[in-house]
Design a binder for this molecule. Structure first.
Ligand SMILES: C[S@@+](CC[C@H](N)C(=O)[O-])C[C@H]1O[C@@H](n2cnc3c(N)ncnc32)[C@H](O)[C@@H]1O
Length: 223
């Protein structure tokens, strides 16, 4: 992942396939794009700019931007191969409401997107458990700085509640993440809320999604 001493870490644990152009295919994105899209439609504004953090292959970006054409989608990822895949997906789909992917690591003090802020929403899918806790702290700090008042940060993934897993499969996944990198692992919603509140965001809705995943909807308070 992106710890200084972990340059050989993979950015995802699944087996992905590659096309002759640089598009990458993620089996999990193929499974979860439709249910995530249905949930996002309920919480994203109809118009505006959405910053995606940790966009991975870019399949979510093009799927969501195609389905919500009045939004402008700004994908980002610190991983160059992910950005290359995302750029190819945008070209392949011929979409004009997806901007070129940017290099954003949430742990940086400056993200390089400040000139495009404030954003109407931010989305991050399956990122915070496959990154050090500092990535979560940075994510919320950035959301506090860069979201407009009332803007939302939508987080998708598996989460813990009050120190407990909500499914044996999530407990096993947590173990496997920590075995690979002790700084990774499923995050507890209460701990995330603490970081969110320090950055000026509050947890609103929690949506149950397939395979014991959730969408957490945080909102930026008034400045
Ligand atoms: C498991 S992949 C998920 C990718 C995509 N969102 C998906 O669901 O298919 C996690 C992604 O988060 C990115 N990532 C890891 N640490 C990050 C950080 N500190 N800031 C931003 N993105 C990060 C990785 O490069 C990787 O593309």
């Amino acid at each position: 992942m992106h710890d200084e001493d972990q340059s050989t870490e993979p950015v995802a644990l699944e087996q992905r396939t590659h096309s002759p152009d640089q598009r990458i295919f993620s089996p999990s994105a193929a499974r979860n794009s439709a249910p995530i899209l249905e949930a996002l439609k309920r919480y994203l504004p109809t118009h505006g700019v959405v910053l995606e953090i940790g966009c991975g292959t870019g399949e979510h970006a093009v799927c969501f931007a195609e389905a919500m054409p009045a939004l402008t989608w700004l994908p980002s990822d610190p991983d160059p191969a992910s950005r290359a895949s995302t750029a190819c997906w945008i070209m392949f789909k011929g979409l004009n409401n997806v901007l070129a992917p940017l290099d954003v690591d949430t742990r940086s003090a400056e993200w390089g997107v400040e000139g495009l802020a404030p954003f109407d929403a931010m989305v991050s899918i399956n990122m915070i458990h496959i990154a050090p806790w500092a990535a979560t702290i940075g994510l919320f700090s950035g959301a506090g700085r860069l979201l407009r008042s009332g803007g939302s940060l939508l987080l998708y993934g598996p989460f813990m509640h009050n120190g407990a897993h909500n499914a044996p499969s999530n407990a096993a996944f947590d173990e496997s993440l920590k075995a690979r990198n002790p700084s990774w692992g499923l995050r507890d919603v209460a701990e995330i809320e603490g970081v969110a509140e320090a950055a000026g965001l509050r947890l609103g809705e929690t949506v149950d999604l397939p395979a014991n995943n959730k969408l957490l909807v945080f909102r930026r308070g008034e400045r």
